[in-house]
Design a binder for this molecule. Structure first.
Ligand code: PEP
Ligand code: MG
Length: 608
């Protein structure tokens, strides 16, 4: 019988095509299902003769939708029209936000002994004993009920998300949490939960999304641990290369604290969450076709060339050690010299600052040799809730205490960056919509509180306040007078503060003379500037801007020539060693890069 909810309405449908190389996988599916849940109508996805609930992540995943698969989205009920429209937009956004998995180019090899080829997950080279991974299930002590364990697991994933410094793993935890909550609907015992996981795994098994089985196993493992089940992962105390069929994303955290030298997987994929986390942890890893089930002494894992050598000849070992030595020597030199200034061959000092997003990344940037903060991306400071002014002051003060030269950017939300407490209506082209300083119109209170907190935290320090996405001189004037008014109203002295802007929107290039009279400094954001110059979305899955194109370098040179104010550069281009000589040729003398790149960029500058 038809439900009352749908009785008086006709079902509406629309077809959608998966465009991401990663397929319709866990992360986009979790976001899509969350969006679908906001509508009262019934929403289904139909594909290949199967019809599933679009509000359940696991149901979506069970369809194994891959690139170029076309499915039908059906909405049935009162708000069906709106649901269909919004979900179509959401789907397009999600697909566009997906990137290609890193296809790392393999270096040539010349090993004498047989090599087993694989795909590179994460580059590096290691020589050590091969250890085959195993987990022993120990005893069980009653710790929590099933219901409590689900709550705790969801809270644990939420915490991992909130504490995550890397974007890549943050999404994974959130997606896993959504999957968990959808799996336990109408389930209240561990037995039923395990059975459900088995059914879901069977659906994924021979499909293209088989790598997602690790996420299901991971959830079961997490819930059981919360209930008091004991799992023992025994790893050698001496350095080892790990061979595993697959690893659970949560086991990568255990590896990070072990003596692991490298990892070889068989049953995973380059886009699996496990692979993403291995890359983020910098553990040399490859993906083999055939499993390695036997322990072995002294094997070579060459994750530059994508091979493993199980019985290396003495010459092979010498070759591997040489590569390893060169690698280590370079890394050692970079580390040793990281606090030294970056001076070119011609004796010119280039300042190398850091792009940071919170206290932890600011602290590690200092440890990596940063000379200051060129870009504090304040939108990542409070990812889960709207902060009160007092908490913001505390957060800014702790960061401001670390360096003498700090540039803090006001909230840059919109485009591909969202915050759960800022509601930006759905837009056809979010990168051309409400972004950065444009929030001043829709969220003045938020900006007001942020500026008040920055002013209070600055005390007498010469903090630089930077506005993102400025496109006209009027916009800058308005933003600055808004800021000055706050200082006046709240009676906060800000004489030492400086106000500047990002150069990200091409219109600015045609009004630099006017801007020179308004701003104290500029910072070029090449990520957005390139996107708008070439009309190529920065998150586009297939279109890429040629990083060697002279156009962007010419534009940077033009800015330097016309500007009468200090100019720095904080886009990704500044962290690309290949771009450094040409960037310096443009006349740029201050770069701001991610903390991890500082040593390497300084080293490259010294060679120019
Ligand atoms: C940029 O656009 O280059 C930039 C540094 O800002 P974000 O990447 O945060 O948009
Ligand atoms: Mg930007």
């Amino acid at each position: 019988m038809k439900s009352l909810r749908t009785l008086f309405y006709k079902p509406l449908s629309s077809t959608l095509t998966v465009t991401s190389v990663n397929g319709f996988h866990l992360r986009p599916a979790a976001k899509f299902a969350t969006e679908a849940k906001q509508f009262a109508c019934d929403i289904h996805i139909e594909f290949s003769g199967k019809r599933v609930n679009a509000k359940a992540v696991n149901a979506i995943l069970s369809l194994n939708l891959d690139r170029e698969d076309t499915f039908t989205l059906t909405a049935h009920g009162k708000d069906a029209k709106k649901a269909l429209e919004i979900l179509r937009q959401t789907f397009t956004l999600l697909m566009n936000a997906e990137r290609d998995p890193r296809q790392i180019k393999k270096r040539d090899t010349s090993y004498q002994s047989p090599t087993y080829p694989g795909e590179i997950i994460s580059e590096g080279i290691a020589v050590g004993n091969l250890h085959v991974f195993s987990v022993k299930e120990g005893g069980h002590r009653s710790l929590r009920s099933f219901e409590e364990a689900i709550k705790e697991s969801a809270a644990e994933l939420e915490k991992l998300y909130a504490n995550s410094k890397k974007d890549a793993d943050a999404h994974i935890y959130l997606a896993q949490q959504a999957l968990l909550l959808s799996l336990v609907e109408e389930i209240d015992t561990l037995e039923d939960f395990s059975a459900r996981i088995e059914v879901e795994k069977a659906l994924l098994k021979h499909g293209r999304h088989a790598a997602k089985i690790a996420d299901l196993n991971d959830l079961l493992y997490r819930v059981k641990k919360q209930m008091g089940y004991d799992y023992q992962v025994s790893l050698p105390k001496t350095p080892f290369i790990l061979s595993a069929d697959d690893l659970l994303p949560s086991q990568i955290k255990i590896l990070e604290n072990s003596t692991v030298l490298g990892v070889v997987l068989t049953n995973s994929s380059l886009t699996s969450h496990t692979a993403i986390l291995l890359r983020a942890s910098g553990i040399p890893s490859i993906l083999l076709e055939k499993p390695l089930n036997k322990e072995a002494q002294k094997v070579i894992l060459d994750a530059y060339s994508g091979v493993i050598v199980l019985q290396p000849s003495p010459d092979d070992l010498i070759h591997a050690f040489k590569r390893q030595n060169e690698d280590e020597k370079l890394q050692f030199e970079i580390r040793q010299n990281r606090f030294k200034p970056a001076i070119t061959q011609e004796g010119e000092k280039i300042s190398v600052f850091a792009n940071v997003s919170d206290l932890d990344s600011a602290k590690s940037a200092k440890e990596e040799g940063a000379e200051g903060i060129g870009l504090l991306r304040s939108e990542f400071l409070f990812k889960t809730h709207k902060p009160i002014v007092r908490d913001q002051v505390k957060a800014y003060r702790a960061i401001f205490d670390l360096f003498e030269d700090i540039t803090v950017r006001t909230l840059d939300v919109g485009g591909d960056k969202a915050l759960p407490y800022i509601d930006i209506p759905k837009e056809q082209n979010p990168f051309l919509g409400i972004r950065g300083i444009r929030l001043l119109k829709s969220e003045p209170k938020l900006l007001e509180e942020q500026l008040e907190a920055i002013f209070l935290a600055a005390e007498n320090r010469p903090i630089k306040v930077m506005f993102p996405m400025i496109s006209t001189p009027e916009e800058f004037r308005e933003a600055k007078s808004f800021a000055l008014n706050i200082a006046l109203e709240k009676d906060i002295p800000i004489d030492n503060l400086r106000f500047g802007m990002m150069i990200e929107v091409p219109s600015v290039l045609f009004a630099l003379r006017e801007f020179n009279d308004l701003v104290d400094f500029y910072s070029i954001g090449t990520n957005d500037l390139a996107q708008y110059l070439f009309a190529v979305e920065r998150t586009h899955p297939t279109l890429k801007i040629d990083p060697a194109s002279p156009i962007l370098f010419n534009v940077i040179g033009q800015i330097i020539k016309e500007s009468t104010r200090p100019v720095s550069l904080c886009g990704e281009l500044a962290g690309d060693t290949r771009a450094i000589p040409r960037l310096l040729e443009t006349g740029i003398r201050t770069l701001s890069v991610s903390g991890k790149r500082i040593g390497q960029i300084k080293e490259r500058i010294r060679d120019v």
